[in-house]
Design a protein around this ligand. Structure first.
Ligand code: SF4
Length: 370
């Protein structure tokens, strides 16, 4: 049998075997117990998969040949892979910051998600997805318009980080410093897998290891889940997409707000402040004629004064949905002044990646359309 034929046969057989990376830590422990192995073998297997990032059971040299064969008979190892990459040109990048790059990631069932690498002088940030599509259908969001396909497994979340870390090292000669769950999907609707992925990514002594404090979870504001994170003891940061402090405007922008009115959101943020001892970031995307009037600013001030928070104003990428337009800069400046006069902590972010539609679920959407 030729070498290629043998490899192809092995690959065909492998395709029929389940991917061991869909198992979480607890399931890896059960698997090892079923194989009659002591408990520490499950930790070793986890380390081989997510620290050494082994692609073949034969690499797992701390296991005897018999165990490696047993695993290889029933499982394969298939991590997510890069499907395509797209970079901003230097000219399109705000203030000539290093160019943002957007990656389309192929999952083993052929689904696609996007991740964005955002370099700056001080940071190297990976913006990663937690779901394929999103069920929440915010009216300004391309991902929301795609509908919901499925949750990502924890390993599919960690794989995005590993892939972007490798790309960052290749392109910028330094690895990731920050991770934000702000890609496709609502992370709080896939919280078990988000928790599991964070546990892996922050595992001390793994090849990739990052502090919880360098991770930000972004949410539309789901109170019960926010309280669950706060109670979990995680030290990650939290960003809440507010976009309007007027209930009916918020409902128009984000239908999920109908079930979670602003008063309940205030309670959840206050309880986060008390349990975690940290402010949350209120993300406010300026939309012309929708949330940028002096009255909108007054409502935002009233809301923000009731909790411990910072405000992050971002520009809207109007390519996503032509019904909405980014706020004019003089209107924006007045609004910023109102917030500053009220003594609020405000940061203004140019939406990096606008030139490649990296702001919001667009790559996967356009790919699907093709
Ligand atoms: S903005 Fe976030 S929560 Fe809303 S539809 Fe888009 S991905 Fe989902």
């Amino acid at each position: 049998m030729s070498k290629n034929f043998a490899a192809a046969t092995k690959e065909r057989q492998n395709r029929q075997l389940p991917n061991i990376r869909v198992l979480n830590r607890e399931e890896l422990a059960k698997l090892m117990a079923q194989l009659g192995e002591p408990a520490y073998r499950a930790s070793q297997l986890h380390r081989w998969l997510y620290s050494h990032q082994a692609l073949d059971f034969d690499e797992m040299t701390t296991f005897g040949k018999q165990l490696r064969q047993k695993l290889a008979t029933s499982w394969t190892i298939r991590p997510a892979s890069l499907a395509s990459a797209e970079s901003e040109t230097l000219e399109a990048s705000p203030a000539l910051a290093p160019p943002t790059a957007k990656f389309l990631i192929r999952l083993e069932d052929g689904e696609l998600v996007e991740s964005v690498l955002i370099p700056s002088e001080e940071r190297m940030t990976a913006c990663i997805s937690s779901q394929v599509g999103c069920p929440l259908r915010c009216s300004f969001c391309a991902t929301g318009n795609m509908g919901f396909r499925r949750d990502l497994a924890a390993s599919e979340i960690t794989d995005q980080v590993f892939l972007l870390d490798a790309e960052a090292r290749k392109r910028h000669e330094r690895g990731l410093s920050n991770i934000v769950f702000m890609g496709m999907g609502e992370p709080l609707l896939n919280l078990d897998n988000v928790f599991e992925s964070i546990a892996t990514l922050t595992e001390a002594e793994y090849r990739f290891s990052i502090s919880e404090k360098k991770i930000t979870i972004s949410t539309v504001g789901l109170p019960a889940e926010m309280e669950r994170i706060a109670r979990s003891g995680l030290k990650t940061k939290l960003a809440v997409s507010l976009h309007s402090a007027d209930q009916s405007t918020r409902e128009r922008l984000m239908p999920v707000a109908i079930d979670h009115p602003l008063d309940r959101l205030t309670e959840a943020i206050s309880s986060w402040n008390a349990l975690v001892g940290q402010p949350v970031t209120l993300v406010y995307m300026l939309l012309e004629g929708i949330n940028d009037s002096p009255e909108d600013a007054r409502k935002l001030v009233r809301f923000a004064k009731r909790v411990l928070c910072k405000i992050n104003l971002i520009d809207y990428n109007s390519i996503v949905n032509l019904r909405f337009k980014p706020g004019y800069s003089d209107v924006k400046n007045k609004l910023i002044q109102q917030l500053l006069d009220a003594g609020l902590h405000v940061t203004v972010r140019k939406s990096q990646g606008a030139a490649i539609n990296a702001a919001c679920g667009q790559l996967a959407t356009s790919h699907r359309r093709k």
